[in-house]
Design a protein around this ligand. Structure first.
Ligand code: UD1
Length: 339
């Protein structure tokens, strides 16, 4: 069965391609290489023994999207990762975010509505909940006004898919709302490779540990949490990748109850920033150089998932602990830096 994975050379995309191939799916990747490298193709192949088909393409070019689906009429499922994802950058370049995250989604859906039957998985984010009023966060928690154009593209994206599914019986879609992905494949052949200074906590920690950054700034220790630092739900990227495969199989096997569904993908456990640092120190045996600084604008205090829906309906559960995910992130950092 042929599956298109857009953004398939990126962090979550590449791990998902591996899990799809492990399950026997035939994968075609579209990626514009704006935040990834073609080298990843060989790395995926080194894990699975099968080279996925790769087409370098900018999905903003509508004609090329149409042409792709003409050439690959046997595509039965699409997992759509390709998008820009830096919150701060989205504030400075809103139109780039709307064009890159929304136009491309519309172009793909326009092609999919021509098909008799197709499954579609969308990369959404727990950012749609903002600071939720109760923890853990269920899928029924209200969607709060977006804090950034990036967050808005995820909210609008979900609405576009829901509205399209309402009038397209052959289109079956699932939005997966990710919590905080981290870690790398156990082979250390693929992982997270942020361009420039990492904005996210875990790559900043591992880069500091390896000596690439001098010091981690911990953004605030005066939040109303056990140790004063923010709480997030950190999920191993391999667990997250597997959630995509399970969700896709649900659609392809026609097991979905509605033709548009939403699932949280997290572990259900919250960890503070200091707990994440402790986990790093434990698995690496290194002391991390960090200091407490002011809060970061726009940060929420606490976010962790209620995973009941994904556990019961998808039959999926995150398996890795924070330490296991951290160990894989550290192994990957060491490998990338030839340490
Ligand atoms: C961020 C985005 C979110 C996006 C996600 C994608 C913001 C406000 N949110 O989530 O919309 O979906 O990335 O990956 O940008 N921290 C530090 N020092 C650092 C970096 C982070 O203390 O150098 C802290 C943060 O304050 C936060 C936690 O670590 O409490 C996690 O931060 P991060 O990895 O940036 O993820 P989110 O903010 O949860």
């Amino acid at each position: 069965m042929k599956i298109l994975v857009t953004g398939g050379l990126g962090f979550i995309g590449s791990h998902t391609v591996v899990e799809l191939q492990n399950k026997g799916f035939e994968v075609v990747i579209i990626d514009d290489l704006s935040n990834s490298s073609q080298e990843v193709l060989g790395r995926i192949t080194s894990i699975t023994g099968k080279e996925p088909v790769f087409e370098k393409m900018d999905l903003r070019e509508k004609g090329k999207v149409t042409d792709f689906f003409k050439r690959h009429q046997d595509v039965q499922g699409v997992i759509h990762f390709a998008a820009s994802k830096a919150v701060g950058e989205s504030v400075d370049m809103p139109l780039h975010y709307y064009e890159n995250n929304i136009n491309t989604l519309v172009y793909i859906l326009q092609e999919l509505t021509q098909k008799e039957k197709v499954g579609f998985i969308f990369s959404s984010s727990c950012t749609v909940y903002g600071q939720a009023d109760t923890m853990p966060i269920t899928e029924d928690a209200p969607v709060k006004p977006a804090e950034s154009p990036y967050g808005n593209t995820k909210q609008i994206g979900e609405e576009i898919i829901r509205d399209t599914c309402k009038v397209t019986s052959g289109l079956n879609a699932i939005s997966l709302r990710y919590f905080n992905p981290m870690g790398a494949h156990p082979s250390a052949a693929i992982g997270e490779l942020p361009i420039g200074v990492p904005q996210n906590l875990v790559p900043f920690i591992t880069q500091t540990g390896v000596g690439l950054r001098e010091q981690l700034s911990v953004f605030g220790d005066d939040y109303p949490t056990s140790d004063g630092t923010c709480i997030r739900d950190y999920i191993h990227v391999v667990d997250l990748a597997k959630a995509h495969v399970v969700a896709l199989e649900r659609l392809l096997e026609g097991k979905n109850k509605e033709n548009y569904e939403v699932f949280n993908v997290g572990t259900g456990t919250g960890s503070t920033v200091l707990e994440v640092i402790k986990s790093f120190e434990k698995v690496s045996g290194k002391k991390l150089n960090y200091k407490i600084v002011d809060r970061r604008a726009g940060d929420i205090t606490t976010a962790y998932a209620d995973t009941t829906r994904a556990n019961n309906i998808l039959g999926w559960k995150a398996e890795s602990t924070l330490d296991e995910a951290m160990k894989s992130a550290w192994d990957w950092e060491l490998k990338v830096r030839n340490k």
